[in-house]
Design a protein around this ligand. Structure first.
Ligand code: SAM
Length: 465
């Protein structure tokens, strides 16, 4: 590592780690570890082993121990490929995958808040485990970072998220006792990221550790006021400072004696785990511990989608239907058959129209007035001169199995590069209508087939090269 570690930090770590200090310091000479998480929801029916080999650039990628379908990759691997653009995976640090595994997320329709969510690694991990059911509120206080969060939510094809940019203290008045699960992945002094992000070293000071710890106390208190009676909070940081980790947990229990630690604390060090530094602990109300926690995730139980009406037939019907309720009914039926309905009900009641645009809102949509909302569910499409155009966001919720017309291209093909750069592609002369361009099965964007040409509808702002 080129940047020197602060002396005050090293002295504290020496006391903290005792005999392990030498191996801890040695680990800074190693290259930071890289890893990614496959999109489990959308890779159902797709060869996941094949995907992981492409993404990892290895025939036998190593699995991240605490996260299903997450793998390590080496420096030479491609990283941000077309598969990445299609939302097949999220590049996420291995240790950072730990807190969500302690949040006890399932697909029963939970209401979950990710209070400090940008850029979205943990929010998209939570969404994957919710499998479209319930409501995920992803909040990020800094507007520019909230925009990146929103883009990642769209890229990964998350349909049940409300992305907002708000001060956590302002949220408490709106969401009192509302959430079943809250993740507080707090801003911290970032000691666990020193190897990966040397900038964090220059920003470090004893005063900053103290300032962070005070902000963390405030964030945890906000979380408590928004938690349901039997809810669970996971608190995490990417630092080693006890003041921000174990002592923050202790202070929390002193301020809230009705709570108890129900899992953890877990602290990951780079010399003992193949990843960077992280800390996580889970809390519940004392009276609720052991009461009906449905834990775990079983990918085998993901339901197959039924055959839906062909998308182009739906689009034709929508385009010749003027009444809003009829349009909603047609879209609702198609979405239900395409796997968008949840245990809580059909899609019809969640379809909202604003002018010419039509959206699918998450379950439990609440009063949004006064909130800075970047995304509420997904935009399904727009009526342009009465013709329905599917939205880019919808393409990222679909795979080739969901549509009648698709072009499935391999991740490294020249045509995929052509498509990503905004160029047209060739197709059969008799192909007609909206065509889902897929990369190894994953929806990447739309093209419109006319007279042997696929006209490119990949958004201009996302085009590459
Ligand atoms: N959970 C994210 C993920 O997995 O991608 C990483 C979150 S990062 C550790 C902490 C986030 O908290 C940052 O995006 C930062 O902008 C945000 N933040 C900073 N000050 C905050 C505050 N006062 N309240 C809430 N969030 C804050």
């Amino acid at each position: 590592m080129s940047t020197a570690l602060p002396e005050d930090f090293k002295n504290r770590m020496k006391t903290q780690l005792g005999g392990q200090y030498a191996s801890f310091i040695e680990s800074y000479e190693n290259t930071p570890v890289r890893s990614f998480r496959l999109n489990i929801c959308r890779s159902e029916g797709i060869d996941r082993a094949h995907l992981s080999r492409i993404m990892a650039g290895s025939d036998t990628p190593d699995q991240v121990p605490h996260c299903n379908f997450a793998y390590y990759y080496d420096d030479a691997a491609p990283g941000k490929t077309a598969l990445h653009e299609a939302g097949a995976c999220y590049i996420q640090e291995a240790s950072a995958m730990l807190p969500v595994t302690m949040l006890d997320v399932n697909d029963s329709g939970q209401k979950i808040l990710d209070l400090c969510a940008a850029p979205g690694g943990k929010s998209t991990q939570i969404a994957d485990l919710m499998r479209g059911a319930g409501l995920l509120v992803s909040n990020e206080i800094i507007p520019s970072r909230a925009q990146i969060l929103s883009e990642n939510i769209e890229r990964m094809g998350v349909a049940n998220a409300l992305v907002i940019s708000s001060d956590p203290q302002k949220l408490t008045g709106r969401f009192g006792g509302f959430f079943d699960r809250i993740l507080v992945d707090a801003p911290c002094s970032g000691e666990g990221m020193f190897r990966k992000n040397p900038e964090a070293v220059s920003e470090w000071s004893i005063d900053n550790v103290k300032m962070c710890s005070e902000r963390q106390d405030m964030l945890l208190d906000c979380a408590v006021s928004m938690l349901s009676e039997d809810g669970r909070i996971v608190y995490s940081t990417c630092t080693f400072a006890p003041l921000e980790d174990e002592e923050a947990a202790q202070r929390f229990l002193e301020r809230h004696p009705d709570f108890e630690i129900c899992e953890g604390p877990v602290k990951l060090y780079p010399h003992a785990f193949r990843g960077e530094g992280h800390f996580a602990v889970a809390f519940m109300r004392r009276s609720e511990i052991g009461n009906g926690i449905v834990s775990g995730f079983s990918p085998s139980s993901v339901g197959r989608r039924n055959a839906a009406k062909p998308l182009n037939a739906l689009i034709d019907e929508l385009s010749s239907t003027a009444r809003e309720n009829d349009r909603k009914r047609l879209l609702g039926e198609w979405l239900d058959n395409s796997g968008f309905s949840t245990a809580a009900g059909d899609c019809y009641d969640r379809i909202l129209t604003f002018g010419d645009s039509i959206y699918l809102a998450p379950e439990y949509t609440c009063d949004l007035s006064g909130l800075k909302v970047l995304r509420a569910g997904i935009k399904l499409g727009t009526f342009k001169k009465n013709r329905f155009e599917p939205d880019h966001a919808l393409s990222h919720c679909l795979t080739k199995d969901d549509v009648d017309l698709y072009l499935d291209l391999p991740n490294d093909s020249g045509e995929i590069k052509q498509y990503l750069s905004g160029m047209t592609l060739n197709c059969d002369k008799d192909m007609k209508g909206w065509c889902l361009i897929c990369v190894d099965g994953f929806g990447l964007g739309w093209a419109k087939a006319v007279g042997g040409i696929l006209k490119n509808h990949y958004p201009k702002g996302l085009r590459q090269g």
